[in-house]
Ligand binder design. Structure first.
Ligand code: PGA
Length: 252
């Protein structure tokens, strides 16, 4: 069903790499990965490191940038938060929304995820909406129900056009940072469910929405996951911190 032929390789650095380390990363990565027009590479550094990464990738407009989170609020007295407007002004084009660490460590609700997606779109940025089930939910056979609920709630404030232009990431919580990867079959099954739900929302336009897989992706398993017909790209945490491994994944 996929027509989106250009895989998206996204690096979620989480709360790792300061400005000095990020510059060293870029030296290592950019010398190994030459621009390619058959894929999209997106880096999600810490918001505090975004300007360093933006400056370091200036000669490489093929490398796109994003932030890992934004506030539900537009602006004002929200100490410690970053707004979608600030992210846009600082050079981000994409925003991770509803990552499982935000949901499970910080208690982010579906309503907040929906609000964040709306803010992101209002400021011309692309939301990368993350969905995924816990191991308990999977064992109870609730995977489809959980990811569909998260998807529908996440896009509930978006119009057809914003949904058509977004990115979705399926990241089973039990696979994140655990070394346990979903099998290509697991990924395929869930991606098909998500694609069908997107088709229910935007019809034919659902074909162009990239659905990424994330969870313990590394240079060894990247190619087999990308080979899954329904997998349009990868969202990578730990393995994206190493410039050599990340370059290998980007060449997968
Ligand atoms: P991981 O993280 O690759 O370290 O499992 C993926 C993610 O959380 O986006």
């Amino acid at each position: 069903m996929r027509t989106h032929s250009r895989p998206v390789l996204a690096a979620n650095w989480k709360m790792n790499l300061g400005p000095v380390e990020a510059s060293a990363f870029l030296d290592g990565f950019l010398s190994r990965y030459a621009p390619r027009d058959d894929r999209t590479v997106i880096l999600f550094p810490s918001a505090l490191v975004l300007s360093t990464v933006r400056d370091g990738t200036r000669p490489r407009p093929d490398i796109r940038l994003g932030v890992q989170n934004v506030s539900t609020e537009e602006k004002g007295a929200f100490t410690g938060e970053n707004s979608a407007a600030q992210a846009a002004g600082a050079g981000a084009s994409f925003v991770l929304v509803g990552h499982s660490e935000r949901r499970h460590v910080f208690g982010e609700t579906d309503a907040q995820v929906a609000q964040k997606c709306a803010r992101v779109v209002e400021h011309g940025l692309v939301p990368v909406l993350c969905v995924g089930e816990t191991i308990e939910q999977r064992e109870r056979g609730e995977t489809g129900e959980v990811v569909l609920h998260q998807l529908r709630a996440g896009v509930s404030m978006l119009d057809h056009r914003a949904i058509r232009d977004m990115i979705v990431a399926y990241e089973p919580v039990w696979a994140i940072g655990t070394g346990r990867t979903a099998t290509p079959q697991d990924a395929s099954d869930v991606h098909l469910v998500l694609r069908a739900a997107l088709a229910g929302l935007v019809g034919e336009d659902a074909r162009g929405i990239p659905i990424l897989y994330g969870g313990s992706v590394n240079a060894k398993n990247a190619a087999s996951l990308l080979a899954v017909h329904e997998v349009d790209g990868l969202l990578v945490g730990g393995a994206s911190l190493d410039p050599v491994q990340w370059a290998e994944i980007c060449e997968s």
